[in-house]
Design a protein around this ligand. Sequence first.
Ligand code: ZN
Ligand code: ZN
Length: 62
Amino acid sequence: MLTRLTERHFPSIIPPTTKAKPTNRCVLCAERKKRKESRYWCPESRTGLCPAPCSGIYHTKA
Ligand SMILES: [Zn+2]
Ligand SMILES: [Zn+2]
């Protein structure tokens, strides 16, 4: 089993920091050369992700 599947990973809104609108670049979209900024990330993976479908793909692919 992949730990990414067994652990609890849910995308959550990036907590506000010094930036008014904190965003992360979605790693999956970045791989596909899509410049997508997401307001969500996975705190467990510390990775910027779109809530759907990228989070699901990221956490289920090998
Ligand atoms: Zn994760
Ligand atoms: Zn994405």
